[in-house]
Write a protein that binds this ligand. Structure first.
Ligand SMILES: Nc1ncnc2c1ncn2[C@@H]1O[C@H](COP(=O)(O)OP(=O)(O)OP(=O)(O)O)[C@@H](O)[C@H]1O
Length: 583
């Protein structure tokens, strides 16, 4: 039996659910025991030619079967609840580790690998936690009781049973180390294949344009063959465990049964060489009970063996789950804010400025800093446009404002305190659109009270009204994952409308008109002026039409952000106050 301490520990966090699952499992096994004893009773009735007693035992047998059916359904429901609770806990922990600035900006980490950990690895250990472990607990709870019950009928057989049960539990542990290595190798293959597939799908257009699809397909086939080899090797290793268990079960059953019969025969005739038939005639129930009890004592172990393969394949994910913090203790939950926070549902406007003070940042494995002590103040009601050469660090600056990247030194404040991520809306140049309706994508970050007129209003301001008029299902039109069913310009307008609907005091826009024609861009920019009311708007752009609507213009180069006009000086603008509510 393979016990993984972290997973046992995890199940302890859900001990009530776990106990209920194991309890129901023990209940199911007890119905088997009652059924087996009923069979022994019925056979006794046949041997003794007592039809009335036989009918009684058959009634018990039927009741045991019905009870088992109901209990099994209940047990499966409980196991599914346990699995949901544990998976949720692990997923929250894994995502907490994955969605941090260092990971998001780690160029060496692969998105496919992260997805695999958060989804497949977490799901993978479900069988171990909800089926294998409760069965192991059942062995611990039930087998000693069954051995004791056997002792009442035949102490010698009980002694033999105890030895074989112990061997069945302990002997396969000799293979644990070997199995752990195999399963880790299998997970690495799975991880590589998964990440490759995801990257291939994301880059399919590029692969097609470059004619690189056949080569990529061959590479994936090689990866897939390696995973197949590793899986077969892993399963072969795991068969040793099942094989040893089966050997112990069969040998234990045979030896204990033979001993029980011989002992019973010896008792009846005063000598061990008497035939089992004489023993059956003398005390049939005792002999039948010993036989069925022998088999029932090994039932929990047989059940563990059946759950083993499903549980074992999932165990290959334990290493990666450990690395991603799935077993780390949860941090204490933060105290509620004294003042109502930005996630308060009422509309909010910023009247305090957004300040960057001495913001300095250098990426790991690079030779020079991308930002060198940036100082700037961005004011409410103003549109600030930031330009700069490619690679100057404009996106880095946005990531720092968003809190996705922690600067090496310096700080970002909104109204003199650290901004909350929910105070900032973003309209990215390459927005992430999810599979679902247009409305779902638009309202992804919107407060609950956003209604259809508000959604249509935001769409109109983002220049999406023309598209909506053409769609028979309007806002309920389904769009495909990644927004593939929309043009680049349409996806960009969805991103702008989504940022408006998020209704936050700071609005960051990355080249908002880069995929728009001149008329659409003019419309979007004219509405932006209204949307900037009460907000701090930062726009990355090089386009003249955007620069024309700017109240403050900035240029980022060589790690420094410089104002391009007097109005952009770090001290310009009205004094900062605090967040105001506009109910
Ligand atoms: N995760 C990262 N690790 C290492 N270097 C990075 C990372 N992200 C960005 N860089 C580097 O930092 C510099 C600034 O990148 P950034 O994306 O912020 O520039 P940008 O001004 O937004 O460029 P563009 O206008 O082309 O989008 C670039 O030289 C880039 O190669």
């Amino acid at each position: 039996m393979m016990i993984v301490p972290e997973l046992v520990h995890l199940s302890r966090d859900h001990r009530h659910r776990f106990r209920r699952v194991t309890g129901a499992l023990v209940g199911v096994s007890l119905t088997h025991l009652v059924q087996a004893l009923a069979v022994a009773g019925a056979l006794t009735a046949v041997v003794q030619a007592r039809p009335g007693l036989g009918a009684l035992w058959l009634g018990v047998l039927a009741m045991a079967a019905v009870t088992r059916l109901l209990l099994r359904q209940h047990q499966q429901r409980l196991a599914s609840d346990l699995g949901t609770a544990i998976r949720r806990q692990m997923r929250v922990r894994v995502l907490r580790r994955l969605l941090v600035p260092e990971r998001l900006h780690d160029v060496a980490s692969r998105a496919g690998s992260a997805r695999l950990t958060a989804v497949d690895a977490v799901d993978g250990v479900d069988a171990y936690l909800t089926r294998y472990l409760p069965h192991v607990a059942q062995v611990a709870a039930l087998c000693p009781l069954l051995v004791l019950a056997m002792a009442a009928f035949s102490p010698a057989a009980a002694g033999v049973l105890a030895i074989f049960v112990l061997l069945a539990v302990v002997a396969p542990r000799a293979f644990n180390r070997w199995m752990t290595t195999r399963s880790r190798e299998r997970w690495e293959s799975y991880d590589d294949l998964s990440a490759d597939v995801q990257e291939s799908l994301q880059g399919m257009r590029t692969l097609q344009l470059l004619g690189a699809v056949p080569a990529r397909r061959r590479a994936l086939r090689r990866r897939s063959a390696r995973l197949h080899r590793e899986t077969v090797r892993t399963m072969r290793t795991s068969l040793w465990e099942s094989g040893i268990l089966d050997l112990m079960i069969q040998a234990g059953t045979a030896v204990a049964s033979a001993l029980a019969i011989l002992t019973a025969a010896g008792v009846s005739d005063g000598g061990l060489l008497a035939t089992p038939f004489a023993a059956v005639a003398e005390d049939p129930f005792r002999i039948f009970a010993v036989l069925v009890l022998t088999s029932e004592t090994f039932r929990p172990i047989r059940d563990v063996s059946q759950q083993w393969h499903a549980g074992f394949l999932g165990l290959s994910a334990v290493g990666t789950l450990r690395e991603h913090g799935a077993f780390d203790a949860d941090p204490p939950s933060p105290a509620p804010p004294e003042n109502p926070g930005p996630d308060d549902r009422r509309r909010r406007r910023a009247s305090g400025s957004l300040r960057l003070e001495g913001v300095h940042h250098q990426y790991p494995r690079t030779v020079s800093p991308v930002l060198r002590g940036v100082e700037a103040e961005f004011l409410p009601d103003r549109i600030s446009v930031i330009s700069g050469p490619s690679g100057a660090g404009k996106s880095t600056l946005f990531d720092i404002v968003l809190g996705l990247l922690e600067p090496e030194s310096g700080q970002v404040t909104l109204a003199d305190r650290r901004p909350h991520p929910q105070e900032i809306a973003v309209a990215s140049q390459t927005p992430s659109l999810l599979s679902g309706t247009l409305r779902e994508n638009l309202c992804l970050a919107a407060p609950d009270d956003v209604d259809t007129p508000m959604t249509l209003d935001a769409c109109a301001d983002a220049g999406l009204d023309g598209l909506l008029a053409e769609l028979p299902e309007g806002l309920d039109t389904l769009i495909t994952e990644g927004g593939a069913s929309l043009s680049r310009g349409q996806a960009q307008r969805v991103a702008i409308a989504r940022a408006y609907l998020a209704d936050r005091p700071v609005l960051l826009m990355d080249e908002p008109t880069s995929a728009l024609d001149t008329d659409s861009a003019r419309h979007v920019l004219s509405r932006l002026r209204e949307r900037a009311e009460g907000r701090i708007v930062l726009v990355i752009s090089h386009r003249d039409d955007v620069t024309a609507v700017a109240d403050q213009r900035w240029h980022l180069e060589s790690g420094l952000l410089r104002p391009l006009d007097a109005a952009s000086s770090v001290t310009a603008g009205p004094p900062s106050t605090h967040l105001e509510e506009d109910a």
